[in-house]
Design a protein. Structure first.
Length: 243
């Protein structure tokens, strides 16, 4: 039996929640509370519940947002680049992996797992480059873990070389910057991620830089691939018209 001076259940729950306030454990509690499985066949709509709680979380600069089919806790006021996966409905294992990496980048940033976020940002870039290369070459060279070398191959397929004749200097610098992003992500993962012995402990802004850089890079590759495909389609139509 509980002692006579034991507090009521709501008092006990409130005391425990206060102990976890401001810790990563509180984030875990919120994420588990808003697991969609808890709302199946319930009268309460999960979106209504999230909207209600967000009114209070906003005072502490937090917000619950959807990530895939689940919900995660985010800090407000921090820049977060969104990346849409063009392979979202594909059953190809690499395409599914891309979607998983996008979600893991966001999830680990939200959880404060900055080492893990850096690891997933590189994994995202690797998966995107590998998928694009396969579209141009059904039998590509085996990926040996050399990210800059993989990018050079994809760079040729997408015509992204910075030494193109007649290319404006401003675009030349931007394209050169993409190579720097790849080199940086490769080095950053080796020194600050959870896949190797940590040589330098990353802070949140380091992890956010890695994730946002990876997303921006991948988004540019997706759009460039789409542009090249449309350009080739127009060429083919022109050739058909001349026949």
């Amino acid at each position: 039996m509980l002692p006579s001076n034991f507090p009521s259940r709501w008092q006990y729950a409130e005391e425990k929640l206060r102990e976890f306030n401001g810790t990563t454990t509180m984030k875990d509690i919120l994420v588990k509370t808003f697991d969609p499985l808890h709302f199946l066949r319930k009268e309460i709509d999960i979106k209504v519940a999230v909207t209600y709680l967000n009114q209070f979380l906003e005072f502490d600069n937090y917000e619950i947002r959807p990530v895939g089919k689940k919900w995660e806790v985010y800090k407000l006021g921090l820049p977060q680049i969104e990346l849409s996966n063009p392979y979202e409905n594909s059953i190809e294992i690499t395409h599914i992996f891309i979607d998983e990496q996008i979600q893991k980048c966001d999830k680990k940033l939200a959880e404060g797992d900055f080492d893990g976020a850096i690891t997933n940002s590189r994994s995202l870039v690797e998966a995107v480059l590998t998928s694009i290369e396969k579209e141009f070459d059904p039998n590509p060279p085996k990926y040996d873990g050399n990210l800059p070398k993989l990018y050079k191959r994809v760079q040729k397929h997408l015509n992204l070389s910075s030494d193109q004749e007649g290319l404006p200097e401003c675009l030349r610098q931007i394209l050169s910057g993409l190579t720097s992003i790849i080199s940086g992500l490769a080095t950053l993962r080796n020194t600050m991620s959870d896949s190797h012995v940590i040589l330098y402990k990353p802070f949140e802004h380091h992890a956010r830089l890695a994730v946002n850089s990876a997303k921006t890079f991948c988004d540019f590759l997706f759009e460039t691939k789409e542009y090249q495909a449309q350009k080739q389609k127009n060429i083919n139509l022109s050739l058909e018209d001349t026949k």
